[in-house]
Design a binder for this molecule. Structure first.
Ligand SMILES: Nc1ncnc2c1ncn2[C@@H]1O[C@H](COP(=O)(O)OP(=O)(O)OP(=O)(O)O)[C@@H](O)[C@H]1O
Ligand SMILES: [Mg+2]
Length: 412
């Protein structure tokens, strides 16, 4: 990417089922929040339920979104942080154990234990996306976040391992590369969204993030400051639109418009005699119907989705661990009545969440639609910092080596 100080620019590319969004973020100083200086968006026609099904259409949408963002920011994008979703995603908890080489834990010990934790049988058609540390144990001591420098003989790591179908990841990469861009990292949708919308307190207390988009509902459970569970349900806003199109016998585009402008997920929140106009199919005349009738179609779909999520939480034993309740985001979470309906089903506090910790256009930072894209910027910023500290470590090691070499030379 070219413009001013190249290292301080980050690009997030959310390739969703409904839209492709490209955000360009800039940090003026190490302490300041990321400022969004470029934004581009284009309707996505090449994905179904979070998975690329048409490379050409996806490439076109990515190109358009990136061009718009470049134009706004006045720079050229070379490398992006992008995301992946779909029901092929699998999250499992795993753990690894190694002997501590010297008497205290060093970075190579941590690297080895993280490698050991991902040494599980992964089929050849799957790829590891994330190895997210949950906690470390040194000998009998549990609950350690950073074991570096601790004394002991045995180091254990508990991690959450996320894998995806290798081809799904490759297709995303292929689309991005065909636009002449590099992929800096592929990040799971809900991990990115979590970076943008959750507070440290929520992640500590226990929270279930639900990103309800167009094609998928992405779930992530956080507790004790770490990711405990991730999964994807292939039901989201597109199904609501399809249900409406069938029930109202109207084209999908009209159903989508009616849903966005007049939809409501809870019948009790609609006014008794409120009317909505529905365009007819072909040359049939338009008709009017009660808004309550819309809620009767929309409500059960969201209810079904929430009961699926609830049974997943019960199955995994998280239901009673979510002191901070449910954090809703994604475009479909904007529907009137969704928060209230979710509270009825989950019997927990439910919060509609917007991207945090960035500055920029209000349409982005006050909008759950952009949670993943903003999260990609924040995740990218963290990754860059890790990369920088790795580089510093290597440089530190090199300079030590050089000092030792010159000392040895001086003695000869
Ligand atoms: N105001 C609104 N009320 C209700 N639904 C809305 C509203 N705005 C957007 N939506 C719905 O949100 C969905 C798109 O959400 P989003 O942009 O988060 O999806 P996406 O990220 O492209 O898809 P996915 O994450 O599933 O791959 C669409 O189904 C759209 O109809
Ligand atoms: Mg999305």
């Amino acid at each position: 990417m070219t413009k001013g100080n190249a290292t301080e620019l980050l690009v997030g590319l959310d390739i969703g089922t409904s839209k492709v969004v490209c955000l360009i973020g800039q940090r003026r100083s190490a302490e300041s929040d990321i400022e969004i200086i470029g934004m581009g968006q284009y309707p996505s026609k090449g994905l179904k339920k979070g998975v690329v099904v048409n490379i050409e259409a996806t490439v076109q949408a990515v190109e358009r979104a990136v061009e718009q963002a470049e134009l706004m920011a006045g720079c050229q994008v070379h490398s992006v942080f992008t995301s992946v979703a779909g029901s092929h995603i699998k999250g499992v908890n795993s753990h690894g154990i190694v002997a501590i080489r010297e008497s205290e834990v060093t970075q190579p010990d941590i690297d080895r234990v993280m490698d050991a934790a991902q040494a599980v049988a992964i089929p050849a058609d799957r790829k590891v996306l994330h190895v997210l540390p949950q906690e470390f144990l040194v000998d009998e001591q549990e609950g350690i976040r950073d074991p570096l420098g601790m004394s002991g003989v045995r180091l254990e790591a508990k991690v959450h391992l996320v894998t995806c179908a290798a081809n799904a990841g490759l297709n995303i990469e292929k689309c991005v590369r065909q636009c002449g861009l590099d992929v800096a990292h592929i990040i799971l949708d809900q991990i990115a969204s979590g970076c943008a919308i959750l507070t440290e307190d929520e992640k500590e207390l226990g929270v279930c993030l639900l990103d309800i988009g167009g094609g998928t509902t992405d779930i992530a459970v956080f507790a004790g400051g770490a990711v405990r569970h991730t999964t994807v349900i292939p039901i989201a806003g597109d199904q609501v639109t399809n249900d409406l199109a069938m029930a109202l016998r109207t084209p999908t585009e009209c159903a989508e418009e009616i849903k966005i402008h007049s939809g409501c997920a809870l019948k009790t929140m609609t006014v008794a005699d409120e009317l909505v106009e529905v365009p007819g199919v072909g040359d049939r005349p338009a008709k009017t119907l009660l808004r309550q009738a819309l809620a009767e179609v929309i409500g059960p779909r969201f209810e079904e989705l929430f009961y699926l999520v609830l049974s997943e939480l019960k199955r995994k034993g998280f239901e009673d661990l979510l002191a901070a309740g449910i954090a809703l985001t994604g475009g479909s979470a904007k529907m009137e009545g969704v928060v209230e309906l979710a509270e009825e089903v989950f019997k927990m506090p439910v919060r509609l969440c917007y991207p945090q910790a960035v500055t920029g256009p209000l349409e982005v930072i006050r909008n759950p639609v952009y949670a993943t894209a903003v999260g990609l910027l924040l995740y990218g910023q963290e990754k860059r910092a890790d990369f920088r500290s790795d580089r510093e470590r290597i440089n530190h090691f090199r300079s030590m080596l050089q000092r030792v070499q010159s000392w040895v030379k001086g003695r000869l």
